[in-house]
Design a protein around this ligand. Structure first.
Ligand SMILES: CC(C)(COP(=O)(O)OP(=O)(O)OC[C@H]1O[C@@H](n2cnc3c(N)ncnc32)[C@H](O)[C@@H]1OP(=O)(O)O)[C@@H](O)C(=O)NCCC(=O)NCCS
Length: 221
């Protein structure tokens, strides 16, 4: 069972990849597209980096969120909503506000430890999606681990997930990672997405593990 403690425990343990649940599997549709994103970096007043992503869907803002950013509370709130939707058990023995507060504190702690990338994608001042990813390892073994990744419900199945994931991989490349790794719980519906974007997984363990090398300027091989 996934409960509040296990979520917080996972957050507290970078070497343990945060679990994502899955449900369905689709056949591999590996690397069908290349990134259509281009980017321009700005330092905003909160000292977080934002990028303007010009995509086939229009221009998006990509924001690296931290607790000083004006959208920090919004970020914590949408992640809390995402957990509430997908793992309602996490809130069974606590209140919503207590859970949110704990989650906020835990995220701050993890940011302080370094290697954490909390990303918001916005279009016309509205959130399109978000990610929580972190870097492990060093040298050639440096990996980008995707802990949370979501597109807002009303915008799904329109290619945003694929596009935002490409943008997240670019974050990983800039951070010097050589591989992306996503662990997904087997019953989670998003398995179809991960198979589409990363190909076949290692299904031998308790969770499906998707992984692909990251090369500069390339979609995972
Ligand atoms: C998983 C998620 C990020 C996908 O975002 P999206 O914008 O819908 O994804 P895309 O439209 O780019 O889909 C890319 C491909 O993934 C596959 N796919 C995505 N969602 C799918 C679904 N529900 N059923 C079957 N295939 C799916 C398809 O092959 C799709 O390509 P196609 O539309 O050309 O057939 C989104 O559904 C989501 O946020 N889900 C809830 C949170 C979640 O489960 N996150 C994953 C980690 S826990």
């Amino acid at each position: 069972m996934y409960n509040k403690l296990s979520i917080l425990h996972n957050l507290a343990n970078q070497s343990t990849r945060i679990r994502m649940r899955t449900h369905r599997a689709m056949r591999m549709a590996r690397g069908r597209e290349r990134s259509s994103c281009s980017s321009r970096a700005n330092e905003n007043k909160e000292n977080s980096v934002s990028f303007e992503l010009r995509t086939e869907h229009g221009t998006l803002e990509q924001i690296a969120v931290d607790p000083r950013h004006r959208l920090w509370d919004h970020y914590v709130e949408i992640v809390a909503q995402y957990i509430e939707t997908h793992w309602p058990e996490a809130l069974e023995s606590t209140t919503r506000s207590a859970f949110r507060k704990q989650y906020d504190e835990e995220l701050r702690r993890r940011i302080d430890e370094g290697g954490r990338h909390l990303i918001l994608w916005r279009r016309h001042e509205a959130t399109v999606g978000f990610a929580d990813a972190y870097v492990t390892g060093s040298g050639r073994r440096k990996e980008l681990n995707v802990a949370e990744f979501s597109v807002v419900e009303s915008m799904r199945r329109n290619g945003w997930g694929r596009l935002l994931f490409q943008a997240l991989l670019d974050v990983g490349r800039r951070a010097g990672t050589h591989r992306v790794v996503v662990e997904v719980d087997k019953p989670m519906p998003s398995n179809a997405f991960w198979q589409a974007v990363l190909g076949a997984c290692d299904a031998s363990g308790e969770r499906n593990v998707y992984s692909a090398p990251l090369k500069l300027g390339e979609w995972p091989a």
